[in-house]
Design a protein around this ligand. Sequence first.
Ligand code: DGL
Length: 267
Amino acid sequence: MRIGIFDSGIGGLTVHRELRAALPGHDLVYLGDTARVPYGTRSPETVKRYSFAVASHLAEAGAEAVVIACNTATTYALEDLAEAGARAGIQVFGVVEPGVRAALAAHHDGAIAVLGTEGTIRGGAYQRALTRTIPEDQIRGVPCPLFVPLAEEGWVDGDVPLAVAERYLGGLRGQIDTAILGCTHYPLLKPVLAEILPGVTLVDSAESTAQAVLAALGPGDGDGSESFVVTDHVDRFTSVGEQFLGRRPQSVSWVDVGPPRGVFSLP
Ligand code: DGL
């Protein structure tokens, strides 16, 4: 099967990495919208339009399933993308529900923190999903916008990320037992987060998403080919992407995704 994966840019490679490990026999096409990153600070309407445009390209590239490897895009576009995809037999997966399930399984008697971009926290998709099981006063949504540029710069250890993490999260110590890394970039900061929040279970929604896709599609029995397309800066994607993917992405090319169309015309 050919699976399209998309993110606002490089961060979704953390999801690609987990998908590759869990589904070795499917072909993966990754699209990073590097010309329009970040999505995390944009309006819901803009994030939705970008997501539909990118999904349109993936559908034309032959994707039979689509994984939204971006928390902000999942927050604002999953419902409508899934509805549009269903009409054409394209299953669409997001990162929120799998992260929530993993967090609820890990959580004991403390609160659950959701760490994400401004858009993800403001959109409230994680919080809404959590309130189906735990009361609202057990949930802390914390926007951590500076974590994205830190991860992109490779500043994932040392004084600077520690100081930033302390500022965002120090106040949660003793209140929470679980934190959802609700942004594709945050898994790179796991060691720093573990230092600031000792004893707290850090839930990586990349891992739980890959398990959800595996449960739905199986591991595949093909060659497991892969390709990467980006809307800007092929070279930067290739070099910075190595940290996110754990190896250098191969076969990276540029693409102009164009407007939303076809299966994924805007509703
Ligand atoms: N990929 C985005 C997310 O997971 C983070 C980067 C951005 O703001 O676009 O929310």
